[in-house]
Unconditional design. Structure first.
Length: 138
């Protein structure tokens, strides 16, 4: 069993079929025993991205609902430890980021002491800067 912290970009790249070979390979290679963990904002962020794609007419409403159901099937457990907010704020300050929400994934990866999986270039760079293990799905 392997544990990973996954961010919204990693999940969205797969459920919206963004032709991301690395994301496809990662999600398809998971063993049923592997454990996926997300920050508290994982599901709201993914839902919002899907809705934005429907709003922009890049997806039909039915496709959006299907993508959300696929996402919910990933069995991502959410880390509910409130320290992720304090740590994400510290990380955003340290790395001179205007926003702290992406840093929540990095904070959770630190707290869980597991590899971070992302398709977000900025988050990938932040993890590298921090020296935290990261898998970049691009």
């Amino acid at each position: 069993m392997t544990r990973y912290v996954v961010d919204a970009s990693a999940a969205i790249a797969f459920v919206l079929r963004e032709r991301n070979r690395a994301a496809d390979q990662f999600w398809r290679s998971l063993d049923p025993a592997d454990e996926l963990v997300g920050a508290q904002l994982f599901l709201p962020e993914c839902t919002s991205v899907i809705r934005r794609q429907v709003f922009r007419a890049n997806l039909t409403a039915a496709e959006g609902e299907s993508a959300l159901q696929d996402l919910l099937g990933f069995r991502v457990s959410l880390n509910l430890d409130e320290r992720q907010f304090t740590r994400s704020l510290e990380l955003a300050h340290r790395m001179q980021r205007a926003r702290a929400y992406d840093m929540q994934y990095l904070a959770v990866a630190e707290m869980e002491d597991v590899e971070l999986v992302t398709a977000d270039g900025g988050l990938h760079e932040a993890a590298l800067e921090l020296g935290h293990p990261v898998r970049f799905l691009r």
